[in-house]
Ligand binder design. Sequence first.
Ligand code: PEP
Ligand code: MG
Length: 579
Amino acid sequence: MEIKKGIAVSPGISIAKSLIIDSEDYRIPRRSIEPAQRMAEIQRVRTAFQDAARQLGQLESAQERTDGGKIKDIFAVHLRFLRDKSLRSKIRGVITTDLVTAEYAVSTVLREIASHFTNAKDPYISERAADIYDIERRLLKQLLGRRREDVEHLSQEVTIVARELSPTQTAGFDKKYVKGIATDAGGRTSHTAIVARSLGIPAVMALEDLTEIVRGGDTIIVDGNRGIVIVNPDEETIRQCERYGRELTELEHKLDAIKEKPAETRDGVKITLLGNIEFPSEAEIVLQKGGEGIGLYRTEFLYLNRPTEPTEQEHYEAYAKTAQVLMQRPLVIRTVDLGADKYTQSKRFAPEPNPFLGLRSIRFSLQNLTMFKTQLRAILRASVLGRVKVMFPLITNLQEMMQAKMILRDVMDDLDEESIAYNRDIEVGIMIETPSAALMASALARGADFFSIGTNDLTQYTLAVDRGNELVSTLYSAADPAVLYLIKAVIQDAHKAQIDVAVCGEMASEPEHIMLLLGMGVRTLSLTSPMIPEIKQIIRSVTIEDCNNVARKVLGMSSERQVSNYLRDATRKILPEAF
Ligand code: PEP
Ligand code: MG
């Protein structure tokens, strides 16, 4: 039995056998082979190379020279690699001496070559690493093609163990069989963690070297509340975990009982509790959990898990379906937040060097106007079906907001010309998730109907800490005084301008931060649906005066640790079960 401590990113507890997958969904068995199997494995490598080369050859000859021959040239480079005899002989050598499977040898050799490329000073050479990974993927597809279906068509309960998972991969998991997730990398506010939470799959991340310890088929306990993973637990530990799981379910049932009651403080101040969703089907769950609408619909998930961009009609259908479930309750549709860890990197030939500071979010939309307008048309068309609002993510300056609004007006003009109905007075909001937007909030408030504070990114950019990097996860905290000052300033500016301000980052789903947010003046929270009952319970247990006192005290503190300890103690007194 081995216990590993990581970061708790999605609550709940699960026990299931492990299924190890790599970042491209392929299982990389670490199986050793018998000496007698060597020839068979070498033959598998030969066939995989031949098949991959044949495929590429076909792709290359089918490719027109319309783009100046760039794509054709890339295929030609890949083909040269695949025909390189020394590469194959290196892989053969690994199989023969290390007695490992073909896929393991292919992956090891190609990754070693890729890392040499990555470390090269010349950017032209270092960018070639992407080609090597591409070739690796192509070969693994040949070698493991059929087994890939194991992840897509599971028939047994499993715990997914991986070095890292993309939000897309996670969104494709079948909740019926994927009982838990445990990864080496990642952080609480990474998009993968957000997806795991919304699917309700217990998950622990930042386990560092878990994939080196676990073997396929090991029994794994994932404790998504305490951030613990236990590999091959003994009988007594399994019993304890099952008992703890039952307690958690009881608490959940107890909290579900308050779902019909209002989210109102003891002194009668009404708080609006909304849900964050990634898929239209989640809207129903938000309502079941007692949410009063959707404060953040992350529409970029429409782009994931598919090879082509969604059409206007597909956008429209997703929004219409959500609006119909909500009836006249608010539905804040955020325009796509692609880029960073979502979508665009895998489409690029060379990944951006700093994707979180790169072409992401509204910047990506403003550079891809056809795509942006398609989405805006669909949102506007759906706006007649309910209380639909539109929101732009990652605004960093006034100009960006004005540009996005101008494009929205262009799309309105187009719809007018075509006599298509839409709500001309649709509310237009922006996310405040960069320090620059927070500092310029008073100017931005003059052009926005509402703000929604994205504390996940605001924390990342204020503290210069990657939200998904486990190596710096202890530095990542929304309770850092620097982040809190910005949040406070944004709330004040919004109040001065008399516009609504919500918080929709993960901070709004963390029990210890609720009193502080209310004390700083927030009256609308948008959060992951499983946490709605617990957050409502906290709201119903406090007075605004309690909250104001908490905020006053916290805003006088200068260290994150002091703030976190204080908030945890204050919340524990109200809802001890939350900890
Ligand atoms: C945020 O940054 O806080 C946010 C809500 O947006 P996302 O998590 O999708 O980046
Ligand atoms: Mg964000």
